[in-house]
Design a protein around this ligand. Structure first.
Ligand code: C5P
Length: 358
């Protein structure tokens, strides 16, 4: 029996880019959040005398060879297990290819999970959690997050992941402009802006944002700033009240857990941003326009809680207080001829519960 897995996408709630490492990858800090929009990945696998991996898809833009992330994760998994198998993967593509939604990366995890389930029917033991994370990281920087799901802190080159407390289910609209963005190119442009090759005129301002001040090892300050914002915001439902006498009285200090408090509001207040916007937006005025349209009117009932580019784009997303707010954003995007998908954020429990198509 083949196994079919929902391969959910992600958005980034803040993304700070740091300096490039010796291997060319950039240090970064981001909060990934899985969402309800998905591709379907179907796997059929059985032990065989020699390994053969075949891949088909309904979308001709999906590579069908070892450039495909799902192909790579299956190959790495079979190598790690030192077994040969006949594997067929079918990817029913519903999400955009290279949209900043991690769709290809999620496909890799779906294929890995599907493979393990298929092989377990033949008595082959699944991987340990850490081994699975190692294989995912070998496939790509934003692959391991899909082995955690929900709200996930990503550091290192994005592959070092930590489960964060879940945010409440929040209506989400993904805008899909028909513009391609190359992630390596976006990183190169970031470097050209903030880390121009030595020699530089002066060391002041080197590796920093204009006017942000200085120094050696600069660039990492962006990462630290976002880490502090994330930690403080995600803790706020518990901590708020301790620092304010009046709020303490209202919430019953010192056990002042604010019932129903949404850390997303604290995240937005703290000012989470996606650094990629700085290099991606100037290239095409449509991005700025979509961001404004997603944000919506001033009316706090209808306005988005938060709007941002996802990853390096080209997808942008808006988060809304109500499904009606999200529906209105879809209508506004329709009006300007931009395709969109309405979905919602997907907490960890729901992510794992919905992964397998029974
Ligand atoms: O890891 P992944 O294959 O998704 O990365 C694609 C490309 O994006 C890398 O080859 C690299 O050029 C760039 N990248 C980077 N720093 C990261 C992640 C990706 O420079 N943290």
């Amino acid at each position: 029996m083949p196994t079919t897995i929902r391969s959910f996408a992600k958005i980034n709630l803040g993304l700070a880019i740091g300096p490039a490492r010796a291997d060319g990858f950039h240090l970064l800090t981001t909060l990934y959040q899985t969402i309800g929009a998905y591709d379907l990945v179907t796997i059929q696998a059985r032990p065989a005398a020699g390994t053969s991996i075949t891949l088909t898809s309904n979308d001709e833009r999906v590579p069908l060879d070892d450039r495909n992330t799902a192909f790579k994760s299956v190959k790495l998994a079979l190598d790690a297990k030192k077994i040969a198998a006949e594997v067929h993967i079918y990817i029913d593509k519903r999400l955009p290819v290279q949209g900043g939604l991690g769709a290809g990366s999620a496909n890799a995890v779906a294929a890995l999970i599907g493979l393990e389930r298929e092989l377990s029917a033949h008595g082959i033991a699944p991987f340990s959690g850490p081994e699975r994370l190692r294989i995912a990281a070998a496939v790509g920087s934003d692959v391991p997050l899909f082995l955690i799901g929900g709200a996930v802190l990503g550091v290192g080159r994005g592959e070092e992941v930590y489960p964060m407390p879940d945010l409440p289910v929040t209506p989400c609209v993904i805008a899909l402009p028909e513009i391609g963005v190359s992630t390596p190119q976006a990183f190169r442009e970031w470097d050209a802006r903030y880390f121009p090759p030595f020699p530089q005129t002066t060391r002041e301002g080197w590796g920093t944002r204009a006017g942000a001040g200085l120094t050696e090892g600069a660039g990492s300050d962006r990462l630290e700033e976002l880490s502090r914002a994330l930690a403080a915001a995600l803790c706020e439902p518990h901590s708020s009240g301790v620092f304010q006498e009046d709020l303490a009285a209202k919430t019953g200090s010192p056990a002042n857990l604010v019932a129903g408090a949404n850390p997303l509001h604290a995240l937005v207040r703290t000012g989470i941003e996606n650094d990629f916007e700085e290099v991606v937006f100037p290239k095409n005025p449509l991005f700025g326009e979509i961001k404004r349209v997603l944000a919506g009117p001033e009316d706090p009932e209808a306005a988005a809680l938060y709007v941002s580019l996802s990853g390096s784009g080209s997808a942008l997303f808006g988060l809304y207080g109500t499904p009606d707010g999200a529906r209105a954003a879809v209508a506004r995007l329709d009006g300007m001829g931009v395709r969109s998908v309405m979905t919602e954020t997907m907490p960890r429990e729901r992510y794992w519960r919905s992964l397998i198509v029974e």
